[in-house]
Structures are given as structure tokens and as C-alpha cells.
Design a protein around this ligand. Structure first.
Ligand SMILES: Cc1cc2nc3c(=O)[nH]c(=O)nc-3n(C[C@H](O)[C@H](O)[C@H](O)COP(=O)(O)OP(=O)(O)OC[C@H]3O[C@@H](n4cnc5c(N)ncnc54)[C@H](O)[C@@H]3O)c2cc1C
Length: 357
């Protein structure tokens, strides 16, 4: 969110300085692990669709300007009970926004995507405008574009305090104090510690991504195995990607993680961390073994209703906070950056789907 905002602010001619405690592409926050799902027929609400469509345009722009591939469209499968929140939400979103999609019965899935095991009452919706993003590469590309447009980005630089000063807002960092007219705090899971006076009711959740070995790599290539999300019995959501390394696929559980503190989070992987995806693979996928090739810890930073928040800090005029977007924000990042540039520089409002205060 910070890199995309720096890019968009610099593109609008603002004089930008950005601070990053680590380096773009690091694995301590919420934006690592090789891939992020991009999907358009948003089951959470059709109101996200214009925002994700704008992000799509900006992803392509960033690819062009940076000379890198960031978004691979594979199509996307939403699988689950026909009356479940996922399938019905995807269909509602697709219909309301006239998005290309196709409903597939359990039998059609068996012949087209035999990697998935479906019960008789389950169906799938295939949408065209879905695939995956490359998060580390995307952040590096946005940071590079911001710098090319004149932004100064200071890495390995920790912000320790933000307060009102005679010049506007003072930012104390591990490399000195800086003053700015306006400050955007996009510190992900660390946001509450930087703006202690603003209660956004953010909750950090520990998440584990796991790469499980596959028996037939050809059937898990992007052309034959679109990204998927799946509603399982009991209402949980699982998701997965085509193979990137030819020997495993990445799988994850959406939510269901434990509360965490970013400074003290357990980054070790324990057997219980990978058990849910192993159990899921065993019952819901053909050709995925229980062998864990890799697993990594990451963090969601959730708002109470999983919507995004843009808030002004009432006690420090000039400070705006952007929430880390509740475990589904990466796909929106360049559009959020553009919104932040409009919000900070031109006092523009944000779409109603985003809480603003
Ligand atoms: C396992 C997992 C899977 C996900 N899957 C998807 C998906 O498929 N699709 C999707 O759209 N979204 C997904 N998300 C959500 C998405 O990745 C996040 O919404 C997004 O990455 C949040 O970005 P951010 O910039 O807010 O946080 P971060 O990327 O963590 O960035 C915050 C930055 O602030 C820096 N920082 C913090 N404090 C300070 C300080 N004091 N001084 C200087 N720098 C500081 C940190 O070092 C960090 O680089 C997933 C998230 C996780 C964890």
C-alpha cells in the first residue's frame, strides 16, 4: 500500500519521501509468498468490482512502465455449495457488473478440472478476469517507479513517532527527523503502534501459506489449473494457485488464524499450522500429496467487517491512515494508492465500500 501510494503520489507531482523499516519485497509483513489471488467477481460485495477493475488497469500500467510481468490471468474457480456465500456472492457480483463467467456442475468440473473433487451438491463458477499477482516483484516495481518519478525512498529506516510540528507533521525515524505537510501511514500490521491514539479496531491474525507436493505437475500448470477459492463444509474458505516450481502448489486457509502481535509473532512452522491444508488437499484435490515442500508465516490485519479503512488522525492534523485491508487487499493496492493520492492531494473522497473517517 505504501509503495503503490508513493508511486501514485509521485505521478501526480507530489514531493514524496517514503520510509520502510526493511526492504521492498521483504518477508516480515503481509506481502510476501510469491503469489496473491486477483479476482474480479467479488463474492464479498459487488461494490468492490469497480475498484478491482481500476486496479486491473493500473497493474497493467505498472507492468508496462516497469517492464515486468506482474499479473497472470489464469481464470478463477469459485467452488462450493450453490447456495453458499461464495458461489452465490460470485454470481451476484458477476451479474450486477456484467462479468464473463460460467457455472459448472460437479459433473462438468469432473471432466474439465479433474484435480478438484466435488460432491454432488457442489458447483463452481469460472470467471475470466482472475489469476495471480507477484507481490514482491510488484512492490519493487512500484518503488522503482516512485523513485523514477522523483520520490525519495529510505529503506532500512524505522519510523518511531509521528507528531504535529510547526512545519506540519514531524516524523522521527531511525535515520533522523523529517517534516512534511501530510503523512500517510500504511504500516500494515504495525499500524496500531504508530498511531496509538486512533482506534481502528484492527486485529492482526497469524496466517500460514503451505506448498504441498504434486504428483503430476502438468495438470497443475496455469493453463490447466486456474486459481481457486473454495467454500468447505462448515463455511471455511480455502484457496490455491497453479504450480510455480513444477513440484508443488501453494494452498492457504482464509482467516481461522490466531491473534498475533507483529513484534512477537511466532514465525516457526508447526505441524498444526499445515494440518488444515493437508486435510483439505486429501479430501478435496486429486494429485496433491501431504508432503510439505515449504511453508511461511504471514499476517492479516483485519477490520471488524473486513472492509478497508481510510482515516484521518484527529489529534495530528495532516496524518491519514490506510488499513492493511483485511487479508484481501493486495489486488486493490495500486487503486488504493491512486485513491490515497486523490485523498491527500485533492481532498477527494473514497468509494463507499471503504470506511473513511
Ligand atoms: C497469507 C496471506 C495471503 C493473502 N492472500 C491475498 C490474496 O490472495 N489476494 C489479495 O488481494 N490479498 C491477499 N492478502 C492480503 C494482502 O496481501 C494484504 O492486504 C496486503 O499485502 C497488505 O499490504 P500492506 O502494505 O498494508 O502491508 P505490508 O505489506 O505488511 O506493508 C507494511 C509495511 O510497513 C512497514 N513498516 C511497518 N512499520 C514501520 C515503521 N515503524 N517504520 C517503517 N516501516 C514500517 C513494514 O516493514 C511493511 O513493509 C493476503 C495476505 C496474507 C498474509
Amino acid at each position: 500500500m505504501g509503495a503503490m501510494s508513493a508511486w501514485q503520489l509521485a505521478a501526480k507531482g507530489a514531493k514524496v519521501i517514503g520510509f520502510e523499516r526493511y526492504r521492498p519485497g521483504h518477508d516480515r509483513g503481509s506481502s510476501h509468498g510469491d503469489t496473491r489471488i486477483f479476482r474480479t467477481a467479488y463474492f464479498e460485495s459487488p461494490d468492490y468490482v469497480p475498484l478491482v477493475q481500476r486496479a486491473h488497469v493500473l497493474w497493467r500500467q505498472l507492468e508496462k512502465e516497469g517492464g515486468v510481468e506482474l499479473l497472470t490471468l489464469t481464470g478463477g474457480l469459485a467452488i462450493g455449495p450453490a447456495d453458499g456465500v461464495l458461489v452465490s456472492g460470485v454470481i451476484a457480483s458477476a451479474r450486477e457488473n456484467l462479468l464473463a463467467h460460467r457455472l459448472l456442475s460437479a459433473m462438468q468440473m469432473r471432466s474439465t478440472y479433474p484435480q478438484h473433487v466435488l460432491g454432488a451438491e457442489e458447483v463452481a463458477v469460472l470467471e475470466d478476469d482472475a489469476g495471480f499477482l507477484r507481490p514482491e516483484r510488484a512492490i519493487e516495481a512500484a518503488a522503482a517507479r516512485a523513485e523514477a518519478l522523483g520520490a525519495r525512498l529510505m529503506t532500512d529506516t524505522q519510523v518511531t513517532r509521528i507528531y504535529s510540528s510547526s512545519g506540519g507533521v514531524a516524523v522521527i525515524t531511525s535515520r533522523g527527523t523529517f517534516e512534511a505537510e501530510r503523512v500517510l501511514v500504511a504500516a500494515g500490521a504495525w499500524t496500531p503502534s504508530l498511531v496509538e491514539n486512533v482506534d481502528l479496531r484492527l486485529k492482526v491474525e497469524r496466517q500460514v501459506m503451505a506448498w504441498l507436493a504434486i504428483t503430476d505437475p502438468g495438470s497443475f500448470e496455469a493453463q490447466r489449473f486456474p486459481i481457486f477459492i473454495r467454500e468447505v463444509t462448515g463455511g471455511g474458505i480455502r484457496y490455491g494457485f497453479p504450480t510455480g516450481d513444477g513440484r508443488s502448489i501453494k494452498l492457504g486457509v482464509h482467516h481461522e488464524g490466531s491473534d498475533a502481535n507483529p513484534e512477537a509473532i511466532d514465525r516457526e512452522i508447526h505441524p498444526a499450522d499445515v494440518e488444515p491444508v493437508r486435510a483439505f488437499a486429501q479430501t478435496h484435490l486429486h494429485g496433491v500429496t501431504g508432503e510439505v515442500v515449504d511453508a511461511r508465516v504471514c499476517m492479516y490485519t483485519n477490520t471488524p467487517d473486513d472492509r478497508f479503512v481510510v482515516a484521518r488522525d484527529a489529534r495530528v492534523p495532516g496524518v491519514t491512515i490506510l488499513s492493511a485491508c483485511s487479508g484481501h487487499g493486495f489486488k486493490f493496492a495500486p487503486a488504493m494508492g491512486e485513491l490515497m493520492a486523490g485523498f491527500l492531494l485533492e481532498d477527494r473522497t473514497v468509494p463507499a465500500i471503504i470506511h473513511s473517517a
